[in-house]
Design a binder for this molecule. Structure first.
Ligand code: DGT
Ligand code: MG
Ligand code: MG
Ligand code: MG
Ligand code: MG
Length: 316
């Protein structure tokens, strides 16, 4: 009701729709994480716990926002891909951006102690966010290639930089100077000959970043799950974890028991700690939607293989 004489102020709130029928990429980045990582004693160059916490927050966001098909994370950032036809919040720019950013941030704080049991949060972390609209599949492929190439370049640099300091006894200024102008091959060689580090043997998580993907569960294996909402399906290891850790869930339907393997060799699935909030999804509903799971991988997304195996990521 535009009842009062004050209500005209509402007219100053302008609509901010995002272009229809375009892919939306929302990238969040930790605010001043240089300081945050120092204050919380993150391991250098990569803190596995910190990266797992980011993955957990991103995965939770994908469970909450079903139109997110894919997310890619490295360091203190995560990019989320919304399907082209999403009509989330009528594609209102600020509504989508602020809701996703705050949800992600809350999850980061909520799950902090699971990954840093001995390190209390010293102050509230925050994330900035932006949404970029892309018209074509090519641009989306290139966007994610850009982020993964960035992961590789930064990781090679940081791994060599910290080896020079931690194992080579250099100062940060000296290490920067040593690396100035070097190409990748030189860094590989330096790591191997001076420090015995074979870069190829470094964790895929550090080299490839985190790829969180909405996978479709093959119909033949979904007999038990056909009445369930997509979001309630857990990964293979989560299913086991849930069975171990939540005896109280009697009377609720079982999640699907056989989840087919996804892509082969390079993919490493990891499972975050059990999340008690997930319990709310154990509700049975008659729905004919495709079953999906949300999986964390550390695989190549620059080549074609990943995308050819998952055409649903870029379809409407
Ligand atoms: P910003 O984003 O402009 O507010 O500033 P920062 O400081 O967040 O800068 P950014 O996002 O370019 O770089 C990420 C910082 O976070 C970088 O200084 C290193 C730190 N960081 C991220 N992940 C790790 C980690 O696993 N270990 C350590 N030691 N530091 C990390
Ligand atoms: Mg930033
Ligand atoms: Mg940052
Ligand atoms: Mg960053
Ligand atoms: Mg409200």
């Amino acid at each position: 009701m535009a009842g009062t004489k004050f209500a005209y102020v509402r007219n100053f709130e302008l609509p901010d729709p995002l272009l229809p029928d375009t892919y939306l990429v929302c990238r969040l980045d930790g605010h001043s994480f240089h300081r945050f990582s120092d204050e919380h004693g993150f391991a250098k160059p990569n803190d596995e716990r910190a990266l797992q916490l980011m993955d957990h927050a991103a995965k939770s966001a994908m469970i909450e926002f079903k139109d997110i098909m894919l997310a890619f994370g490295e360091s203190d950032e995560f990019s989320f891909l919304f399907r082209k036809s999403t009509n989330l919040y009528n594609r209102r720019h600020s509504k989508i951006l602020t809701t996703l950013t705050s949800y992600f941030t809350s999850c980061y704080v909520l799950y902090w102690s699971q990954y840093f049991p001995d390190t209390p949060l010293r102050y509230p972390p925050s994330f900035d966010g932006r949404i970029i609209v892309y018209p074509t599949e090519r641009a989306i492929r290139d966007y994610f290639s850009w982020r993964q190439a960035d992961t590789h370049i930064n990781n090679l640099y940081n791994t060599t930089f910290w080896a020079l300091i931690q194992k080579g006894g250099q100062t940060t200024t000296e290490a920067h100077a040593t690396l100035r102008g070097t190409v990748s091959a030189t860094k590989h060689e330096m790591l191997f000959s001076r420090f015995g580090i074979n870069y190829n043997e470094i964790s895929q998580r550090f080299k490839k970043g985190s790829v969180i993907v909405r996978e479709i569960v093959a119909p033949e294996s979904s007999d038990k799950g056909e009445n369930l909402e997509p979001s309630m399906h857990l990964t293979r290891s989560e299913v086991n974890k849930t069975r171990e850790e939540s005896p109280e869930r009697s009377g609720v339907p079982d999640p699907p028991t056989s989840i087919p393997p996804h892509s082969p060799s390079t993919d490493q699935c990891e499972t975050p700690p059990f999340d008690p909030l997930r319990q709310k999804r154990f509700k049975s509903k008659k729905k004919n939607k495709l079953e999906t799971t949300v999986e964390v991988l550390h695989c190549d997304i620059i080549g074609d293989e990943f995308w050819l195996a998952r055409p649903h990521l870029l379809e409407n």
